[in-house]
Design a protein. Structure first.
Length: 122
């Protein structure tokens, strides 16, 4: 989906998509070549630097996503209607906030443990 949101006409650099997906660029390149063979994704070189590959969605893929959109809306309504969350993006933002708070709490606990161990060694 990173390709859909970030690169309408010019495409998206492979390394940017790999960072967003938290995968190695070589993994993304090999997988995207399979999509390229099925005419779902297109590769082209950047106009500024030939070494940088860019990925674009084909018309076939955009049309397929358009048919999936009503299904996704129905699933969002079913999943988030009962929880009181209006939109899935709001839910994701709240989950990300909780994750950040948990990471900060873990970091604080680890810092306390290190200080305790150092004090006991003295």
């Amino acid at each position: 989906m990173a390709v859909t949101y970030l690169g309408r006409e010019t495409g998206v650099p492979v390394n940017l998509v790999s960072r967003l997906m938290l995968v190695d660029p070589s993994f993304l390149t090999t997988r995207s070549k399979l999509l390229d063979k099925n005419n779902l994704l297109r590769h082209k070189s950047s106009a500024n630097d030939v070494r940088i590959g860019r990925m674009l969605l084909t018309a076939k893929t955009r049309n397929h996503f358009a048919t999936l959109e009503p299904r996704q809306a129905a699933l969002d309504e079913l999943a988030f209607d009962e929880s009181g969350v209006d939109r899935s993006s709001e839910f994701i933002a709240n989950a990300a906030t909780v994750r950040l708070r948990l990471e900060r709490a873990r970091a604080g606990i680890q810092k306390i443990k290190r200080t305790t161990v150092r004090n006991r060694a003295r």
